[in-house]
Design a protein around this ligand. Structure first.
Ligand code: NAP
Length: 276
């Protein structure tokens, strides 16, 4: 790291934030491209009631980039000068770029879903996609696959939330209950898990019984700790192609890196940091 008076600052805010892998991922990329004298990336633990003041600090301190993680992705939108139309549609901002005092909000989370899927399958156009979950991660995943022409079915424990999400997507998705998985899941080309089942206290659980998964399907788990969830282990055994949640983290980060620096992100370096 080669910090000088000209080095630009990028900051991730969250509550909590100390688990964040973004500083390691971005700083390694700066170093790899030899721009660690131009940019440095740090984390800051911020309570939601202080987001307004943080945005003002970004403006007056000429901070280049502000990354927002849980629970700040909605709150930050209130204080920005411009919001990218995609972020507006998703209803959340995870990336703020400061262009000479004008703060513009973007969402790169949807790219974290779409790029790993396209890397595996090519086009998503016409594919049938099952999404389990209707929270924050589900919202960006749903937008991404619909935008790429897939047919989406949302399964959620609380059906009202699935219906609300489908409504917000302009009714471009169907909704089903978890009990309807048996008939619906085997027909899907792609299965996306956007619930917290498979992590923390639910580490031994899976959101989709393995009987509904078969070869020819792609199974993508947003959960990234553990890297290989029970869902992914069982999907592998059933012959499906799997994608780990760490890929989602990676590609939302590469898109963000490119917005902050204007350079092509060194994907392999950033992936290696996440795996380490
Ligand atoms: P969230 O907004 O709290 O939503 C949680 C979702 O999980 C809800 O749909 C909830 O259903 C469902 N759920 C929770 N426990 C369940 C259970 N036992 N059975 C069935 N459904 C259950 O959380 P989020 O921010 O969307 O995060 C969801 C997951 O995605 C987390 O594991 C998070 O770590 C991961 N994530 C990964 C990335 C990445 O880059 N890889 C990015 C963001 C999030 P109800 O509506 O019924 O409560």
């Amino acid at each position: 790291m080669n910090i000088s008076g000209k080095t630009k600052l990028c900051v991730i805010i969250g509550d909590p934030v100390d688990h964040s892998l973004s500083p390691a991922m971005h700083n390694a990329a700066y170093k790899d491209l030899g721009i660690d004298d131009e940019f440095v990336f740090v984390a800051s633990h911020v309570k939601v009631e202080n987001v307004k003041d943080v945005v003002q600090a970004v403006r007056v301190m000429n901070i280049r980039g502000l990354t927002c993680t849980i629970p700040h992705k909605l709150e930050v939108m209130r204080y920005l000068d411009e919001i990218d139309p995609i972020a507006e549609k998703i209803g959340a901002v995870n990336t703020v770029v400061n262009e000479n005092g004008t703060l513009k909000g973007y969402n790169t989370d949807w790219l974290g879903t779409v790029i790993p899927l396209e890397n595996k399958i090519g086009s998503l156009n016409g594919k049938s996609v099952a999404l389990i979950g209707a929270g924050g991660a589900a919202r960006a995943m749903a937008y991404g696959v619909i935008e790429k022409g897939a047919h989406l079915t949302i399964f959620n424990r609380t059906k009202d939330k699935a219906e609300k999400l489908a409504e917000e997507l302009g009714k471009r998705a169907q909704t089903r209950t978890l009990e309807e998985m048996a008939q619906e899941m085997p027909k899907q080309d792609i299965i996306l898990n956007a619930t917290s089942v498979g992590m923390g206290k639910q580490i031994d659980q899976t959101p989709v019984p393995k009987e509904y998964i078969h070869s020819g399907q792609i199974v993508f788990d947003a959960v990234y700790a553990p890297r290989e969830t029970r869902l992914l282990k069982e999907s592998n055994k059933q012959g499906a192609v799997t994608i780990q949640g760490i890929e989602m983290l990676l590609y939302q980060g590469t898109a963000q890196f490119e917005l902050y620096t204007g350079r092509i992100a060194p994907v392999d370096v950033m992936r290696r940091v996440l795996h380490e």
